[in-house]
Write a protein that binds this ligand. Structure first.
Ligand code: NAI
Length: 262
C-alpha cells in the first residue's frame, strides 16, 4: 500500500470497519475513523491514533463534514470505505414500512451520501502518481445482496434488498466517476461481529434455539472451514486501495470462505 494514503472509514467504531481502519493504519495510512456512536468513534480513534469524526451517514451535511474535516486535517482523501450498515431480522410478513425505511435509509442512502461526498472531493484532486486514479471508493455490500441466499432470505428481506441496491449503486458510481475514480464493492459472508451476534440471538429465538446454535449451523457450511474474521474483509479492502487493483472498477468481490458457491 502507498504509505501516507488518506483513508476514511464510515461505521468504523467496531466490527469490520474497525478492522479495516486498523489494517490501513498498520500499513502507514493516515486514517479517519467515523461512526454515528460518538463514544465508540472516539475509542477507536484513540486506539488507532487516528482522527475521529462522529457522523451519521444518513445525513448529507454530516457526510460532507466528514470529508471536509478529513481534508482539513490531511489535505486530501484517497480512499473512502462506505462501510456503515445495520441489520434487522424480521420475517417478511411482519415487516413494517418503518423497518424498510430505516434499513434502506442507513444501508443505501447512507452509502450513497458518503460515496457522493467522497467522490466530489476526489474528483477535484490530482492523482497520487501519473496514471493512477484520483481516489478509490470501496462499498460494503454482502453476499446477502446476491441472488440465492437460502433460508436466511425469508427473515432479512429488507437487508437483502438494501445490499442488492449497494451493488447496483457501486456500478452506477463506477461509471459516473470513470476514468478518474475506481468504485468497487466487497461482499462479506458470515463475519464474527456484533451484527452477527445479534442475528444469531434473534434468529435462534425465532426458531427456539439457544445462543450460538444458529451461528454453529451456519459456519458448518463454510467450505474454508472456519468463521470469517473482520480482518479477512480488511485484507481485501487493502487490495482494493492498492495500485494492484487500479484496473478494477464496478466489481463486487465475495469474501465468504466459499459460502456463496456451496
Ligand atoms: P457492526 O454492527 O458490528 O458495526 C457497524 C457500525 O456501523 C457500528 O459501529 C454502528 O454504530 C455504525 N453505524 C450504524 N449506523 C450508522 C450510521 N447511520 N452512520 C454511521 N455509522 C453507523 O457491523 P459489521 O458486522 O461490522 O458490518 C459492517 C458492514 O459490513 C455493514 O455494512 C454490514 O451490512 C456489512 N456486512 C456484515 C456482515 C457480517 O456478517 N457481520 C456480512 C456482510 C456484510
Amino acid at each position: 500500500m502507498t504509505p501516507g494514503l488518506v483513508v476514511a472509514v464510515t461505521g468504523s467504531g467496531q466490527g469490520i470497519g474497525l478492522a479495516v481502519a486498523r489494517k490501513f493504519a498498520a500499513q502507514g495510512a493516515r486514517v479517519v475513523v467515523s461512526d454515528i456512536d460518538a463514544a465508540r468513534c472516539q475509542h477507536a480513534a484513540d486506539e488507532i491514533g487516528a482522527l475521529g469524526v462522529q457522523a451519521d451517514v444518513t445525513d448529507a451535511a454530516q457526510c460532507r463534514q466528514l470529508v471536509e474535516r478529513t481534508v482539513a486535517e490531511h489535505g486530501r482523501l484517497d480512499v473512502m470505505v462506505c462501510n456503515a450498515g445495520i441489520m434487522q431480522l424480521k420475517p417478511l410478513l411482519e415487516l413494517e414500512g418503518a423497518d424498510w425505511d430505516r434499513m434502506l435509509g442507513v444501508n443505501v442512502k447512507g452509502c450513497f451520501l458518503s460515496l457522493q461526498a467522497a467522490a466530489r472531493q476526489m474528483l477535484q484532486q490530482v492523482p497520487l502518481a501519473q496514471g493512477r486514479p484520483r481516489g478509490k471508493i470501496i462499498t460494503m455490500a454482502s453476499i446477502a445482496g446476491r441472488p440465492g441466499a437460502g433460508p436466511i432470505a425469508a427473515v432479512i428481506p429488507h437487508y437483502r434488498a438494501s445490499k442488492a441496491a449497494v451493488l447496483s449503486l457501486t456500478q452506477s458510481a463506477a461509471i459516473a466517476c470513470a476514468p478518474h475514480l475506481t468504485v468497487n464493492a466487497i461482499c462479506p459472508g458470515l463475519v464474527e461481529s456484533e451484527m452477527w451476534r445479534g442475528m444469531d440471538r434473534d434468529w435462534g429465538a425465532l426458531q427456539g434455539l439457544g445462543e450460538g446454535q444458529i451461528w454453529q449451523q451456519r459456519i458448518a457450511g463454510i467450505p474454508l472451514g472456519r468463521p470469517q474474521r473482520p480482518e479477512d474483509v480488511a485484507d481485501v479492502a487493502g487490495f482494493l486501495a492498492a495500485p494492484e487493483s487500479d484496473y478494477m472498477t464496478g466489481q463486487a468481490i465475495n469474501v465468504d470462505g466459499g459460502l456463496m458457491m456451496s
